[in-house]
Design a binder for this molecule. Structure first.
Ligand code: ADP
Ligand code: MG
Length: 344
């Protein structure tokens, strides 16, 4: 972690001073936020909608590495990955809470960097920070974000709603975030053995950006709403296509047939995979953290969905007995096995 010239100990401010300082610059965007930071609980207006809630816990050394993750990016990503879960329900997030555990290693300036990233995400996605908790941690940094969103009951998308014959779609491209992580990990190892060498990020801004500063696909939820298409099932790709597709198949009681040629991979990810002697399709299937949306649609909606940008048709759902298969470009058919990210 880079040390700034100025270092203010958190102990000088105390918990309440810290909370005030961190939350003061946040604006409110949502008419549904009745009460934000400052009371025992936040108050959010309901209406005739479903409220969806999602939470994530991020631990230093397990989910992030501060050797190559700037605190501002970390704050941004911590919010974005939660919003992504809300969008995956076809809902619109309105509020987040952020809880942090800090050791004395972190100065006020460092925590302000983290919050600058949290604020950038709140500003970009127009969500309100309405609360959180602050505690001290013995060692690493701990961040937990909870996001709250709303959706009309008729539009909610569960993992369990897919049917045989539905079309499998995915947004954006897959595998790049995993390859970005490979570059960062490699440079970390080089740095640890030869601290004088400069990191060689190979001009891979796109790939590294996919790892350090992912975005959630709020645009897709808007496009789908505009074209009046409700996916039959939806999930965000956080663990990798194989694992996330398996969740849809399991919960919907179906199989899947995926065309390798339909799996979108960015050209820079393609090249970098080959450089690492990895198969690009394996990176797309098993790499995680792309935060794209994987969804299934009824075939009758295909003409509408085809008109939307940045959506790729990968295959279709089959009978459960057929399993989850990949039809390779070479004409072979393989089982898709979920490996995904397992931190345990
Ligand atoms: P309590 O003792 O009731 O838990 P706190 O003193 O922890 O209250 O929090 C006071 C207010 O500040 C609450 O509205 C809480 O949600 C908010 N808050 C606490 N920590 C954070 C944080 N890290 N980020 C944002 N809001 C926070
Ligand atoms: Mg508290």
């Amino acid at each position: 972690m880079e040390e700034k010239e100025k270092r203010t100990e958190i102990g000088e401010l105390g918990e309440f001073g810290l909370i005030d300082k961190l939350t003061a610059q946040f604006e409110s965007y949502q008419p549904g936020t009745v009460k934000g930071v400052g009371d025992d609980a936040a108050v959010i207006k309901g209406g005739g909608l479903y409220t969806v809630v999602s939470t994530d816990l991020l631990l230093e050394g397990i989910h992030f590495d501060l050797m190559y993750t700037p605190l501002k990016h970390l704050g941004y990503k911590a919010v974005v990955v939660n919003l992504s879960d809300i969008y995956a329900m076809n809902a619109t997030p309105g509020q987040v809470t952020v809880s942090i555990g800090l050791s004395s290693r972190f100065s006020l300036e460092a925590v302000e960097e983290l919050y600058a990233g949290i604020k950038a995400a709140c500003d970009y996605y127009k969500v309100d920070l309405v609360g959180g908790d602050t505690a001290s941690s013995q060692q690493g940094l701990v961040i937990s974000v909870t996001a709250v969103g709303q959706v009309a009951p008729a539009k909610i998308t569960y993992r369990s709603g897919a049917k045989v014959g539905d079309i499998i779609c995915v947004t954006g491209n897959l595998g790049a975030a995993y390859l970005g992580l490979q570059i960062l990990e490699r440079e970390k190892q080089v740095y640890l053995s030869e601290p004088d060498t400069q990191p060689d990020l190979e001009d891979q801004q796109y790939i590294i950006g996919r790892q350090l500063k992912p975005e959630a696909r709020n645009d897709m939820v808007k496009y789908l709403a505009k074209s009046k298409v409700v996916p039959t099932a939806m999930i965000d790709v956080s663990d990798g296509l194989a694992s996330d597709l398996m969740h849809i198949c399991k919960q919907s009681n179906v199989g899947a047939f995926v065309e390798e040629s339909g799996v979108p991979i960015h050209p820079e990810a393609q090249q970098m995979a080959l450089k690492f002697q990895l198969d690009p399709i394996t990176c797309a299937l098993s790499g995680g953290e792309d935060y794209e949306l994987l969804f299934t649609i009824d075939p009758k909606d295909l003409p509408e969905v085809r008109l939307l940008p940045d959506i790729y048709i990968m295959g279709e759902l089959t009978d459960r007995d057929q399993g989850i298969k990949l039809h390779t470009k070479g004409g072979n058919i393989h089982d898709i096995k979920a490996q995904g990210w397992r931190h345990f």
